[in-house]
Design a protein around this ligand. Structure first.
Ligand code: URP
Ligand code: ZN
Ligand code: ZN
Length: 474
């Protein structure tokens, strides 16, 4: 099967140039300034006036995840279809090891959830909630199997939270086995006390979710996580970083040359604590952890993205319906399921909030939504770039298409959108995964269950391209 993508402007993390591109079966076979009509293409896509960019890589999603007495409403089918509409062609989701379980049991449960359902390629991070000696050995085996990152929690006491000794043991292990620890950095003990105090004082509204999880709790935990990683001589990746207090810790560590990396998410760039105060119970729509912050933090995060103190923008996509699931916290903010939709809107929001106002270049946009996450999590250069030999995971992006974000017009299985009514210019119009068209003309046209599990490489943020991908002959 050959597909020719003609007349487009190819955008990678490093370059922008006019070229045609030939896909043979699942990979990119040729890139040239004018590929002749006759390579026997079965299909021609005209990308005139449009960008051809690598499909997005979203390294933080929660599909079909049991959490806070319910389960995220998007499963691997609905969530990955929505991802494809938004231009994302790979995800890394989180498999959970519950206390007393082997890591492998948790992983197998998540593989079953995804297999035959996901329409785009997927990998897993392993959430470890229990790290006795046998689980540390298992971490090595998982790394060998291509599950090369582990999420540890400094929050959610009694559920996911690990003590510092366990976290340190996990970091020592990844320093040896080439894995990467992804840290949820919030001081869970202090937050727990603040939540109990607020509820005892009769403060039950959604805004108290934000007030009981102050930026200091995130800054402190981020600094502690960095100190533990430094002692263990391990690299560290901070997930869903939300505020300047935490960013300053990351910056200081990076200035000292430590291998510390971080992601932020659109909710921290576009939403604020004011959303938690929307009338009635509407604030529940924006409850996630860490919480959305005072709006001035957004400017600091944008500067962090532009200056590479933040390398990745992921979504933390975790959907709970407003009319049913979020209502669990009507009389108690601490029972509102934490999480919000984002898998479909990440690229359009970043393009509109980042590229159009000139906060970041188009190439930096590609870097933070595709290339850097692919590098960080061991799937580059197969994913996250446009190069001969890479998987043909592409989106044709129309920079002039105007629209409005609305839950009704989107594909995520949830009854609200936190960005409802936002006007956007530019969005993906054709999306391919491994050479197969998934989305065109506003319709999903791909095969069900097209997605495959990704076996990821060990952590190496700057992998050398293969000889073929580097264009080296012989
Ligand atoms: O609010 C959030 N982020 N919920 C999902 C779990 C997590 O910490 O990523
Ligand atoms: Zn988290
Ligand atoms: Zn998450």
């Amino acid at each position: 099967m050959k597909t020719l993508v003609r007349n487009g402007t190819i955008v990678t993390a490093n370059e922008t140039y006019r070229a045609d591109l030939l896909i043979e079966d699942e990979t990119i076979a040729l890139i040239g300034s004018r590929i002749p009509e006759d390579p026997g293409a079965d299909r021609v896509i005209d990308a005139g006036g449009k960008y051809v960019m690598p499909g997005g890589v979203d390294v933080h999603t929660h599909l079909d995840m049991p959490f806070m007495g319910t389960s995220t409403s998007d499963d691997f089918q609905t969530g990955t279809v929505a991802a494809a509409f938004g231009g994302t062609t790979s995800i890394i989701d989180f498999a959970i090891q519950y206390r007393g379980q082997a890591l492998r049991e948790g992983l197998e449960a998540w593989i079953k959830k995804a297999e035959g359902k996901a329409v785009i390629d997927y990998g897993f991070h392993m959430i470890a909630t229990d790290l006795p000696e046998p689980a540390l050995h298992e971490m090595d085996r998982l790394v060998d199997l291509g599950v090369t990152s582990f999420k540890l929690f400094m929050a959610y006491p009694g559920a996911f939270m690990l003590d510092d000794a366990s976290i340190f043991r996990g970091l020592l292990r990844t320093a040896e086995n080439g894995g990467l620890i992804c840290m949820h950095a919030e001081n869970g003990g202090a937050i727990d006390v603040l939540v109990k105090q607020a509820l005892a004082a009769g403060h039950t509204a959604p805004k108290y979710h934000g007030l009981t999880r102050p930026t200091t709790a995130e800054g402190e935990a981020t600094g502690r996580a960095i100190a533990l990683a430094e002692m263990a001589r391990a690299p560290l990746y901070i997930v869903h970083l939300s505020c300047a207090d935490a960013l300053n810790q990351v910056k200081a560590a990076r200035d000292r040359g430590l291998p510390v990396y971080a992601e932020t998410c659109p909710q921290y760039l576009f939403l604020s604590d004011q959303n938690l105060e929307e009338p009635g119970f509407e604030g529940a729509k924006y409850v996630c952890s860490p919480p959305v912050r005072e709006a001035w933090n957004q400017g600091e995060l944008w500067k962090g993205i532009a200056g590479n103190d933040l390398q990745v923008v992921s979504t933390d996509h975790g959907t709970f319906t407003y009319r049913e699931q979020k209502q669990a916290g009507r009389d108690d903010f601490s029972k509102i399921p934490n999480g919000m939709p984002g898998i479909e809107t990440r690229l359009m929001l970043l393009y509109n909030g980042g590229v159009l106002p000139g906060r970041i270049s188009l190439n930096r946009f590609v870097d933070v939504v595709a290339t850097a996450p692919a590098r960080m999590f061991g799937v580059f250069p197969r994913k996250g770039t446009i190069a001969v030999g890479s998987d043909a995971d592409l989106m044709v992006f129309d920079p002039n298409l105007k629209g409005q974000i609305s839950a009704a017009a989107m594909h995520m299985r949830v009854d609200y959108n936190p960005y409802e009514g936002t006007q956007v210019t530019g969005r993906p119009v054709t999306v391919l995964s491994r050479g197969t068209v998934l989305v065109e003309d506003g319709r999903f046209v791909g095969p069900q269950g097209h997605g495959r599990m990704l076996k990821r490489d060990r952590f190496n943020p700057r992998p050398t391209p293969s000889r073929e991908l580097a264009g080296v002959a012989g």
